[in-house]
Design a protein. Sequence first.
Length: 367
Amino acid sequence: MTQQWSKKTAATIVGQAGEDQLHEEISKRWAYVPGMMLMAIARTGEHYQIDEYYDFMKRHMDLFIQEDGTIKGYRIEEYNLDQINQGKNLFQLMEQTGEKRYEQAAHLLAAQLIGHPRTTDGGFWHKKVYPFQMWLDGLYMSSPFLAQYAQVFERPELFDEVAHQLLLIERKTRDPRSGLLYHGWDEAKEQVWANPQTGCSANFWSRALGWYAMAIVDSLEFFPVDHPQRGTLVGIFQRICNALYGVQEEQSGLWFQVMDQGFREGNYLETSGSSMFIYALAKGSRLQYLENPARRNALRAYNGLINRYVEEDQAGVHLHNICHGAGLSLERDGSYGYYIREKRVSDIHIGVAPFILASLEIERLEQ
């Protein structure tokens, strides 16, 4: 039985709150990383019946959700998929409190997606400032939210939208040789990072594909069993996981920053993407979307992660070897050199939140 690292890591984050019981970093702004951290802590609290963790999430969400359902710091006109992610916490708040403002905020975020700018084939632009570009990251930010919204508010046509987004980007970014997905796709083929023939970026970044793997398994959880594209989504998910097995590092079971480049100079085993893959494999196994060896590979990777990159001391739990951040733009050209130049850091929330979620899924799997 695992050591319940989800509880210990969530306790580390909650313990960093000040006298006003607010965490400095999570309190700063409405954004995708704080939203993911709050969700990870609230899910841990729900599973282990720790009310303090739900209260922590609510306290931070209430900094932003106004009485009329507007969201402080959010503008729909930005058309930024990253801004949807924190809204996933609204559904638990609606269920627990019945307060109308949380429902109104969910309607506001859904309105963004319904009116979001799109590629010719109907794919959501990652942001308004990134025209005609789809990034794998954006599927995690938007798809599970929209799938849960479709379920809660009985909007079946929105399941069709979610399926369309997930299947479209997989079709546009999949490399047939490896089965891996490229980080981004530019329909216009104008960006410096875009292949002039395919529009795809040049490399397989672990966290980008991690976002997508989580997006598909989280979205499927809300899909009706008789939805015409549900089986296709399950099949696509299985196919991606098969590709992941092919690039798992043999000894640790983890995944590299640039996934298909192994121990090429500068490459390293990266823990945020690895946590996302562990989460997706464990959850997919638990919900029976995935066959063997999903469970075995998830456990092998999780043990490698704990043994190599997780530490515990008086200050709590620490996670190392996290890529600070990466994107695609004029300066961020998607080359191998670019991805390995990005800083490697410890304990930042973009790595710790997926680690909590992965730990919780492993714990549920083992129970």
